[in-house]
Write a protein that binds this ligand. Structure first.
Ligand code: SF4
Length: 288
């Protein structure tokens, strides 16, 4: 840069790698500490069992080796950013209703926090953000863990209606046509042409799972998780069926390396099924 350039009234920008490195370090420490605090309370958190119980337990059994990285932390941030942006919109939409954010569901050693509840209409909301590469449809596999989470919350709150709002992390994709040599922008949610996907769930008041769910969580799932951590034995927590199919859930799992070293030795078919959330998956039916 010449002296003349430095002496004019320019405003300079430059890449701030030093602050960037400090910030990334803070992101990782912040999420790592929050995770450890959550784990240390000894409770079963509903959100921790809806994707893969084994994945949630690996950092507890291997605390020094497995931790948050900048990519997983960035995913958490994307999710909480979408949630923080959607809550005021729901509060605005339901301004004349009694509503609640992050309701504290707590019984025995089970804990859950539905993102938003409309008490007047009896609806549980879950607010999500996805980086899914393709457009979502009602039978998309990506929705499975969202559905499980809302179903647990509906069963535990006694509410009959649930709604899931999914915002696309990147709402559109560029497609390049080799013949015309032109790019076109296509919304991932091609049918609806908007960067959101919505679906609803209903569970009747007298559904038989309502009376069993606390027993399943407190007396079957939780003791298995506690035993796995106490005995440092993750072989009793089953591997997702998706792993064999080289599904993205396992291919992109940051703990796959540890998971690969731990065989799946859960031989009790009933407990296995509960740990894999099949008591919910097997009864969810899609109405198109
Ligand atoms: S690789 Fe798959 S089964 Fe193993 S911990 Fe990760 S998500 Fe779970």
């Amino acid at each position: 840069m010449t002296e003349q350039q430095e002496n004019d009234d320019s405003i300079f920008i430059e890449e701030d790698t030093e602050f960037g490195a400090e910030f990334v370090d803070s992101i990782i420490k912040y999420y790592d500490e929050s995770n450890r605090k959550r784990i240390a309370d000894g409770k079963l958190h509903i959100a921790d069992i809806t994707f893969c119980a084994r994945k949630q337990l690996i950092p507890q059994v291997f605390p020094s080796q497995a931790g948050v990285n900048v990519y997983t932390a960035s995913n958490f941030m994307r999710g909480s950013g979408a949630e923080s942006a959607m809550i005021p919109i729901l509060q605005y939409k339901y301004k004349n209703h009694e509503t609640e954010c992050q309701m504290d569901i707590a019984f025995d050693n089970i804990s859950g926090h539905p993102d938003f509840i409309n008490h007047d209409e009896g609806v549980v909301f879950e607010l999500k953000n996805t980086n899914a590469q393709g457009p979502l449809t009602i039978d998309s596999d990506n929705l499975k863990s969202y559905t499980r989470q809302v179903v647990y919350y509906m069963l535990l709150t006694g509410l009959e209606k649930g709604k899931v709002i999914v915002q696309y992390g990147l709402p559109f994709e560029m497609e390049y046509d080799l013949k015309t040599k032109q790019h076109t922008v296509t919304y991932r949610n091609k049918q609806k042409k908007i960067p959101f996907f919505f679906y609803k769930i209903s569970i009747p008041k007298d559904h038989p799972l309502r009376t069993k769910i606390k027993f399943i969580l407190n007396d079957l799932i939780r003791p298995a998780l506690v035993k796995a951590v106490k005995e440092r034995d993750l072989t009793i927590i089953p591997v997702l069926a998706e792993k064999k199919k080289r599904h993205w859930k396992c291919v992109t799992c940051e703990y796959k390396q540890y998971c690969d070293m731990l065989p799946d030795k859960q031989n009790d078919p009933e407990l296995r099924s509960f740990l894999l959330n099949e008591h919910i998956d097997n009864i969810v039916k899609i109405r198109k």
